[in-house]
Ligand binder design. Structure first.
Ligand SMILES: NC(=O)c1ccc[n+]([C@@H]2O[C@H](COP(=O)([O-])OP(=O)(O)OC[C@H]3O[C@@H](n4cnc5c(N)ncnc54)[C@H](OP(=O)(O)O)[C@@H]3O)[C@@H](O)[C@H]2O)c1
Length: 486
């Protein structure tokens, strides 16, 4: 295969391109990891030319790339940038785009198309490219398409989009983004589980009492209110990020690290998640909305859109039968934290003469995903100079301390590199997306019916509705904040 590559960004005048994609490409170029020769062609509606594109991206790099990376002149990088103005649904504009790209490419060249566009354009763009022959691969040059999120609005629309895409592209040409998968801390879940011999033997219903997966945010809906009011927290966070974290924590060990082996296991475990029946919605789901949400611009009067949700899910297989997986996410909460808590079972018998007011605490393993990047293991220890007083202490691994500050690159850096390398492991396959919708869709639908739990209001800056705490306390459990506290 050849190295010469063109990256074509659809939606190149948008926020994602300026804030994430170009800075990520720039950093990888600085690290000399990009193929050469490389051209980056932007396509969007704005009345820009190549000079405008270069100066806009230059300002994006200055704003979003740390100074250490910028150092001397980077004119060579900006020289790789080109812009073609056009509309996503105008076939003439695709003919112009194809002509402009071909003129830049001296010889046979690979192409990576990045759809950084509103989701309604994903299919029309691929259709237009297909009609122009732009996605046709050859023996030596590949054509890949990165598709942003959200992928579908429900199970039916995700299936329809997959079916339509599969008529135009092979599955191996499609790279569906879930940027959570490229976070170093998320990639490390598989390494932690499967490159260490001591955790996996305990990783099952015999030793684990329950699992918590939280992705909580302190920001409110802000300028995304228009989109968010249509989507709500289940589409925004659960269908994609939380389901992906769940599959990594709960999947069986793949036979190899090859993309399809990993993706097979992820899809399999999602398939084993028991859908929540309408009758169980009131006891196994919580929906909340922060006070003041309805006053935000672009939010419908009397909106019932949930900004917080908590779910109690079960995985019906040998490893996990009966172990609750508590998932929660919300906006306008006390802190920003994404974390996975593995709560182990207690010891089978207490042999120590401990004070009546002390009970031996259970071991907790916390995988801290962001912004605190760490792994903490809590265990009991004897307090020195006492008979047998005990205290919980932690064994800590912090990314910053182990690997140096700022050791973890932005997710988009890794994703772009993986797509250029043709490794789809960190991208979501069609079946995983559909399985995730199969779990989330009935909840979204059920919340429109009389089976729905009440929409509980919560105070901004709190930890969400009291009903969420109650769901766990009724089972003798409580939400943990093992990463937020650090
Ligand atoms: N921004 C983020 O941080 C972020 C994070 C995660 C995922 N995403 C996803 O990334 C995608 C893009 O997001 P974004 O924030 O960059 O959106 P955005 O700022 O609204 O940009 C949309 C881009 O699409 C172009 N566009 C829209 N309609 C067009 C048309 N008919 N013909 C040609 N160009 C058209 C716009 O061009 P003009 O402005 O020139 O008209 C602009 O370049 C979305 O799927 C979003 O969900 C974004």
């Amino acid at each position: 295969m050849i190295d010469a590559t063109t990256i074509v960004i659809f939606g190149a005048s948008g926020d994602l391109t300026r804030r994430k994609l170009i800075p990520a490409l720039f950093k990888q170029w600085r690290k000399q990891r990009l193929p050469a020769p490389l051209r980056i062609v932007g396509f969007a509606f704005s009345d820009w030319d190549t000079a405008t594109f270069r100066s806009e991206m230059d300002s994006g790099i200055k704003e979003f790339v740390e100074e250490d990376f910028r150092q001397a002149s980077y004119d060579d990088f900006c020289d790789m940038l080109h812009f073609v103005q056009g509309g996503f649904t105008e076939s003439d504009d695709y003919a112009r785009l194809e002509a402009a790209i071909s003129e830049l490419e001296n010889d046979t060249t690979n192409r990576l198309y990045y759809l950084a566009t509103p989701p309604r354009f994903f299919l029309p763009i691929v259709e237009q490219m297909h009609a122009q022959g732009m996605v046709q691969e050859s023996d030596v040059a590949w054509r890949r398409v990165i598709i942003e999120k959200p992928f579908g609005n429900d199970l039916a629309s995700a299936q329809a989009l997959n079916t339509s895409l599969h008529k135009l592209l092979d599955e191996q040409q499609i790279y569906r983004i879930d940027h959570y998968l490229a976070k170093e801390t998320v990639q490390n879940i598989m390494v932690f589980r499967f490159a260490n011999a001591i955790f996996e033997p305990l990783w099952n219903r015999n030793y684990i009492d329950h699992v918590q997966i939280s992705a909580v945010e302190s920001v409110d809906v802000g300028h995304r209110a228009g989109y968010y009011d249509q989507a709500g927290v289940l589409r925004d966070m659960f269908q994609n990020h939380l389901m992906q974290l769940l599959s990594l924590v709960a999947m069986e060990p793949p036979a190899s690290f090859e993309a399809n082996s990993v993706r097979d296991e992820k899809a399999k475990v999602l398939k084993a998640v028991r859908p929540i029946s309408p009758e169980a919605l009131a006891s196994h789901t919580i929906r909340g909305q922060y006070a003041g949400y309805r006053d935000a611009p672009d939010v419908a009067d009397g909106s019932e859109t949930p900004t917080y949700a908590a779910l109690e899910l079960y995985i019906d297989n040998w490893r996990w039968r009966g172990v609750p997986f508590y998932l929660r996410s919300g906006k306008a909460l006390q802190q920003k934290a994404t974390e996975i808590i593995i709560q182990f079972r207690g010891t089978p018998h207490n042999m120590f003469p401990i004070p009546a007011d002390y009970s031996i605490r259970r071991n907790v393993l916390a995988l801290c995903i962001q912004p605190h990047e760490a792994i903490h293991l809590r265990f009991e220890t004897k307090v020195p100079d006492t008979d047998i007083d005990m205290r919980s202490v932690e064994m800590n691994f912090e990314y910053d301390l182990a690997f140096g500050k700022d050791s973890t690159p932005e997710a988009y850096e890794r994703l772009l590199l993986e797509a250029l390398d043709g490794d789809p492991t960190l991208f979501t396959r069609a079946d995983s997306i559909e399985q995730a919708w199969r779990i989330i869709d009935p909840i979204i639908q059920g919340w429109q019916t009389a089976f729905a739990p009440p929409l509980d209001e919560y105070v901004t800056g709190s930890w969400g509705p009291a009903s969420s705490d109650l769901m766990l306390s009724q089972a003798g459990r409580h939400w943990r904040y093992a990463c937020a506290e650090h």
